[in-house]
Structures are given as structure tokens and as C-alpha cells.
Design a protein around this ligand. Structure first.
Ligand code: ATP
Ligand code: MG
Length: 625
């Protein structure tokens, strides 16, 4: 069998013989008590995976490896912000997690309680996550860069008993104090005030005491050497809550279970990422995002691999930093976002070629569309396969991907390849009819969602059903993305449902226009929006960011590229060269903000924006139409 056939066989089985397939995958983890059934789907669309099974994530991610590989490094922490590197073995991780779990118990945290983690990229963040799941507490990690209001709304939603924070983080060499943001956030909450545990890194320049705060260093000292037995929880017990990026509106609190989550993580390492126990994985993301939860923390540790936790920017001290880490630590699998690669692309491939990357087998990219040009550029620069994988906070692991662990199928630039195991994909047209190949439609998943996908929206089952399962005639899970698949069954993501531009009755995805612009050698990235037009319904306005050293092309030349590739109808009416684009903290272009400004409206509250100055960049540009 070739790789293609091996995939088809396993994929078919994951759909047609679902229970047998997942029963086998479940053998990759330890069950304290075996599950009664593989799946309980008596109450659709709520799926319960491995009901009756008792297990514990921390036991699987730490205790199990302490016996088999105690001396192996579990976490490599590299901070280019505080110039520090640290290696934590599985044995040492076990010690730290137990002490932290003991402290949580002392603070009155019991199984089912929520703990909000608002920390920078430091090892204590991973230790805190694992300590929570060890005792059955539900963590809610809030990205360290979020400001007071974003924080307050997440505190209100999760009503945690405890918040774990630090005095400060650092970004690009600048101290970013956390405590003042937390103080402001706490002043705005409606729920009961949680306890606050503070890890003092000695970074904050001005003290900011919080009433009743607990100092981590002195508190943890009392728990030295303490061990806490793992709490055996039922498979569907919630392990964590994580909010979506908020690109399209109010973030949704995705609730993840325990058993299905672990099985999903473990099999994704086996089949998709192809990382074996003892190997090194580096996910250049943040623990505040789902890529961080899954591929910095849970999947590598559940596998007994080594994970790199990186605090810093990908271009500092220079754009070679990540490649030097790959060389230093013999990384075999690297995972990051197209945004990060486009940032590195701007500075050229020499930074890549300066390092020994012989250990690196595969680069995985996810989070937003990977345009063909960037895909080609990075593939050539690295000389290894680059896999686009498409998924969501909601699913926790890839929906569409290629399979490095199974043996890669042919890679097509611009395509995240094929459905991952258990994902039964459906494409629908506007009337809700199912589409065949080569026709663009809304991408849906026929439930039950596979293991690891969200169980519900935290505290709001009704919103879960309404949000994801009400858009079609049948009960299908809506991804809110447009896609198309070709005759070979390869999928292409065409943009989000609300990113459609309608020019004189022609429906275009923003992605198509952006993709065309990116084929111009001077263009590093692009964003397109459809602005209201009395005559045509909508007109296209495009914004492009150029490569650092490129000769500056004329606007007409760039517009012509789009006209040539898609047709005259897609030619942008306005096109601007800009220094950057407004993005979420997780690196996604916020088109709704660009559109609002382009149409002369107020973009409204954007609590998840990376750099609000980018809004002025867009304002400036549209003023010079
Ligand atoms: P919100 O749901 O709050 O509006 P969000 O959708 O950006 O925010 P995430 O869960 O972080 O929240 O992102 C998932 C989305 O990112 C997908 O639905 C898709 O639009 C986009 N995406 C992720 N990976 C890819 C990919 N490989 N190719 C194209 N788009 C991708
Ligand atoms: Mg979304």
C-alpha cells in the first residue's frame, strides 16, 4: 500500500467503524478504570467519548514518564527576553507539579473548580496547568497580553476560585506589567473575587500590591517534597476552558473533556505530526492559544517527547533565533503560524541557511490561510515538507491535514490536504444542499465530532447548539469557513463565511484576492475587504505589506496581478501599500476592523488586537484613496 492508500483505509475505518477505530487509539493512554463504551451519542449533538472510563491527564503526561524516562528533558525553556535557558526533566516536572497541586489543595481548590492562569511563557505556566488537571480542577489560560477588559470578561465567564499570575512579562525587551491589568480587571468583574497567587519574577519596576495576594515562592516552599495522588476523573470531566480568538466577534469558551482530549492529542502525535517519545517538538505559539495548549503542552508531554517553551519574538535578537534553537536542540518537528513565516520571509532565507537543520523533518503551519507563495518559499528555503493544517480552538487538533506519522501524501501548495481521522466533512451550498468537487461551499462536519473536540460552550449548552448546529437543514457542525475540494479530494480553505465579497453578484472569498496579490514577488502579505458600493453592491479594497528589500511596485501593477489571476471582476478598486495590518494577538488579520474603517465606521471594541496603531495605518491609507 502506498501512503495515499494507507490513509484512505484508516480514514474510512475512522468513519465507518468509528468505535473500533477509536478503541484502538485509546490504547495509547493509561486508563485507571476502562471505559464502558467508546461513544455515548444518545443526546446529539453532545458526544461523550469513552464514558465510564476513569483517568487523569497529569498522570498520563508526567507520572507515566517519570517511571520510564525520568531523566529525559520534558521542557526546554528558552527566553530571549530575560536571556535564560532551563531544562526540566520528567522527574523534576513530577516534583514541581506535585508541589503545585499540593498548594492548590491548600488554597481550597477541589475537583471541578476553575483556576484562571494569566501568565507569561514561563515553565510555571505549564506546571500550573498540569497541577490543575492533576486534582481535577479546570484551567482557563488567558493569553498574557490581554488587557483588563478581556481579562474581566473571561473571569466573569469562568468564575474561577483562583487566579495565578506573575508580576510581569516581557515583549521585545520591554517589561509588560501584569498586575496593574489584573487590578483593573478585578475592579470590573461581576462574580465573586477570586484568590490571587503571584509569581514574582522581579521584573516589574513599580510595585503593585493586590489585597490578599499570595506570594508563590513562599507558599510553594511549604509544600516541598509533597506528593498528591492524581484525581481519577470520568472521561467527560472538563479539563479546561479556552476562548476562541475573537476574530469574528464575542469569543466562545470552548470546553474540553479529559479522555477524548488525551486520545486525540496522543494519536495526532502518532499519525499527523509523526513525533515519537524522546523526540523534540517546538511549537512557536503561545500557551494562551489552542496551538499552545495542544502542541506546546499536552500532546508532546502525553507522548513522552520533549517540548520547547519559547518566551520571545521570532525575530529577536535576530530572525535566525528559531532556526538556531532547531539546531541546538535537534528539533524534529516545528509548528508555527503562516504569520510567523511571512515575518521571517520578509528578512530572507539566509537566516535559515545559516543553521544546521538536519534534525528537522517537517514544518507544520496552522491558524490562517497559508498562501501558495509562502508555502513554496518556505518549502524551498528549508528543503523539507511543509504541512498546512486547518483546525480551530473548538476542535483542539487538526480537521484537515497531511500525515507525517503515517507517511506523507503528495503535498499541494495552498491545500491543507485531507480530513483527519474521525472528521466526516460536508460542503453545503446556500440552500443547504450537499456539494461535490470543485464547487465552493460552507465547510461542515457531520457529528458526532471526534474525540478531543469541544464538549460544549462553557456554561452555555444552548449557545453551543445555536452557534454551531443551527445553520443547516441537517444537524451539522458549522466551521464558519468556506472550502472547496478538488478531484483528488484535496481541500482548499477559501476564507471565512463572513469574509465573502460580493461584486456585482460575483461572490469572491477574501482569500482568493489575497492569494493572487501574494503571487507578486514583492508582496509579503495582503488583506482584502469588500466595501459597500451603490452600484456594484461591493467593491474590493486591498492592503498589501511588502517584503523588506523589494523594489516597490506600482498600485496598478498589483491590481493587474489580481485581474490576471482571477479576472477583471476581482480587480481591487483601491489598493494601498501599508507597513502592517491589524491582527489579533494570535496573528489573524482582523478584516472586520479593516472593513469598518474602510467604510468610515468605528471598528468598535477590539480587545484581542495585537497593535492598535495598525488601525491608524489603515485610516491613513483610506484617507489617501
Ligand atoms: P472566533 O471564532 O472567536 O471568531 P477564530 O475563528 O479566529 O476566532 P481560532 O479558533 O483561533 O478562532 O481560529 C480558527 C479559524 O482560523 C478557522 O476557523 C479558520 O478560519 C482559521 N484557520 C485555522 N487554520 C487555518 C488554515 N490552515 N487555513 C486557513 N484557515 C485557517
Ligand atoms: Mg472561529
Amino acid at each position: 500500500m502506498n501512503n495515499q492508500e494507507r490513509y484512505e483505509t484508516m480514514y474510512r475505518r475512522s468513519i465507518d467503524d468509528r468505535e473500533a477505530f477509536w478503541r484502538e487509539q485509546a490504547e495509547l493512554i493509561h486508563w485507571h478504570k476502562p471505559f464502558d463504551r467508546v461513544l455515548d451519542y444518545d443526546n446529539p449533538p453532545f458526544a461523550q467519548w469513552f464514558p465510564g472510563g476513569l483517568t487523569n491527564i497529569c498522570y498520563n503526561a508526567v507520572d507515566r514518564h517519570r517511571e520510564e524516562r525520568g531523566d529525559q528533558t520534558a521542557i526546554i525553556w528558552v527566553s530571549t527576553e530575560v536571556e535564560q535557558r532551563l531544562e526540566v526533566s520528567y522527574r523534576e516536572l513530577y516534583r514541581q507539579v506535585n508541589e503545585m497541586a499540593s498548594l492548590l489543595l491548600e488554597l481550597g481548590i477541589v475537583s471541578g473548580d476553575r483556576v484562571l492562569i494569566y501568565l507569561p511563557m514561563i515553565p510555571e505556566a505549564i506546571v500550573a496547568m498540569l497541577a490543575c488537571v492533576r486534582i481535577g480542577a479546570v484551567h482557563s489560560v488567558v493569553f498574557g497580553g490581554f488587557a483588563a477588559l478581556a481579562l474581566a470578561s473571561r473571569i466573569d465567564d469562568a468564575s474561577p476560585k483562583l487566579i495565578i499570575t506573575a508580576d510581569a512579562g516581557m515583549r521585545g525587551g520591554k517589561v509588560t506589567p501584569y498586575k496593574p491589568l489584573l487590578v483593573e480587571g478585578l475592579a470590573a468583574i461581576a462574580v465573586e473575587r477570586p484568590q490571587v497567587l503571584v509569581i514574582d519574577r522581579g521584573l516589574a519596576t513599580t510595585p503593585c500590591p493586590i489585597a490578599g495576594e499570595i506570594d508563590f515562592a513562599s507558599a510553594i516552599a511549604r509544600h516541598a517534597g509533597r506528593e498528591v495522588a492524581p484525581e481519577w476523573v470520568e472521561s467527560s470531566h472538563p479539563s479546561y476552558i479556552l476562548y476562541t480568538s475573537g476574530t469574528t466577534g464575542r469569543p466562545k469558551g470552548a470546553q474540553r473533556d479529559t479522555g477524548g482530549h488525551m486520545v486525540a492529542m496522543r494519536q495526532s502525535m502518532q499519525w499527523i505530526y509523526g513525533v515519537q517519545p524522546g523526540e523534540v517538538m517546538f511549537a512557536g505559539s503561545d500557551i494562551g492559544w489552542v496551538v499552545g495548549h495542544s502542541y506546546i503542552v499536552y500532546a508532546p508531554l502525553l507522548t513522552g517527547a520533549t517540548t520547547i517553551l519559547y518566551e520571545g519574538l521570532p525575530i529577536r535578537p535576530d530572525p535566525g533565533i528559531w532556526w538556531s534553537l532547531v539546531a541546538d536542540y535537534r528539533v524534529s518537528c516545528l509548528f508555527t503560524s503562516p504569520t510567523a513565516i511571512r515575518l521571517l520571509k520578509k528578512t530572507g532565507a539566509d537566516w535559515i541557511h545559516a543553521h544546521d537543520l538536519s534534525s528537522l523533518r517537517t514544518l507544520f503551519l496552522a491558524g490562517e490561510p497559508l498562501d501558495k507563495e509562502t508555502h513554496r518559499w518556505v518549502t524551498e528555503a528549508l528543503g523539507i515538507p511543509v504541512v498546512d493544517n486547518y483546525w480551530q480552538t473548538e476542535t483542539g487538533w487538526p480537521i484537515l491535514t497531511n500525515f507525517a506519522g503515517l507517511g506523507l501524501m503528495e503535498l499541494k501548495f495552498g491545500s491543507p490536504t485531507k480530513p483527519a481521522f474521525g472528521y466526516d466533512m460536508v460542503l453545503l451550498d446556500e440552500s443547504g444542499a450537499e456539494l461535490g468537487p470543485n464547487t465552493k461551499g460552507s465547510l461542515m462536519i457531520r457529528p458526532p465530532l471526534p474525540p478531543g473536540c469541544m464538549s460544549t460552550i462553557w456554561g452555555d449548552d444552548a449557545r453551543f447548539v445555536q452557534t454551531y448546529f443551527s445553520s443547516a437543514r441537517q444537524m451539522l457542525y458549522a466551521t464558519f469557513d468556506y472550502a472547496i475540494y478538488d478531484d483528488d479530494g484535496y481541500y482548499f480553505i477559501m476564507g471565512r463565511n463572513d469574509d465573502v465579497i460580493n461584486v456585482a453578484g460575483h461572490r469572491l472569498g477574501t482569500r482568493e484576492v489575497e492569494e493572487a496579490l501574494c503571487t507578486h514577488p514583492a508582496v509579503a502579505e495582503a488583506a482584502a475587504v469588500g466595501i459597500q458600493d451603490d452600484l456594484k453592491g461591493q467593491e474590493i479594497e486591498a492592503f498589501v505589506v511588502l517584503m523588506s528589500h523589494a523594489a516597490i511596485p506600482s498600485e496598478d501593477e498589483l491590481k493587474a496581478v489580481v485581474a490576471r489571476q482571477i479576472g477583471g471582476i476581482a480587480k481591487p478598486k483601491f489598493l494601498h501599500v501599508v507597513p502592517g495590518l491589524p491582527k489579533t494577538r494570535s496573528g489573524k488579520v482582523i478584516r472586520r476592523a479593516i472593513l469598518a474603517i474602510a467604510e468610515g465606521r468605528d471598528p468598535g471594541e477590539l480587545p484581542t488586537i495585537e497593535d492598535a496603531k495598525m488601525l491608524d495605518v489603515i485610516r491613513d491609507a483610506v484617507q489617501h484613496r
